[in-house]
Design a protein around this ligand. Sequence first.
Ligand SMILES: N[C@@H](CCC(=O)N[C@@H](CS)C(=O)NCC(=O)O)C(=O)O
Length: 219
Amino acid sequence: MLRLHGFAVSNYFNMVKLALLEKGLPFEVVQVQGSQSEAFLAISPRGKVPVLQTEQGFISETSVILDYLEEQQGGKPLLPVAPFERAQVRALMREIELYIELPARACYLEVFFGGQVDPAIKAKSRADVLAGIAALKRHGRFAPYVAGDRLSLADLYFLYSLDLACAVAKKLFALDLLEDFPAAVALFALLKDNPHVQRIAADKELEMAAFLAKMRVGP
Ligand SMILES: N[C@@H](CCC(=O)N[C@@H](CS)C(=O)NCC(=O)O)C(=O)O
């Protein structure tokens, strides 16, 4: 059986978990946080979660795990069949990851863990996240899902990245990223009704307080 290593507060872990649940693939969770311990680096070269354990070995990097599940394991497809449409989904995934999640991540220390982020990094994060949101407005179809009329891998990146970027923008920049983005608001509402999304949110809630306490660096 597939084993998914990670923890319920991790947004990347939750992307893979939602894919597994949507596909109806059996899996078990191995509870672990990313680390630089020798033992963990042996299964995840950069020490990050998620990691998928298969019969052949370990796979790290969320987008690669998602591709593997798509190619190998059957279940409900989360990529379209036509190569051009698949490319659009993959481009949207990449755009959300590189231009929204990663710039927002530069500020998680201050927003969630009580630390301080250098003002220059915050200014760059603000500009980059705004440019990323503009790109998503340009490229996303929101019909009603990010890439069209079906749930796809792009929705997993949307769901578990935009929420964090919104928290960063609200707390550090007093900005509402969804203010002029009604299609994104509607998609969040739609996804919130999905029972697998609800289960993941409940699992996350159970672990949240302990995780925040463990990560806290400030007063
Ligand atoms: N590029 C990685 C990013 C995964 C990632 O950032 N995971 C975080 C948890 S959400 C992590 O493991 N952080 C621990 C660390 O950086 O030491 C992926 O796509 O899977």
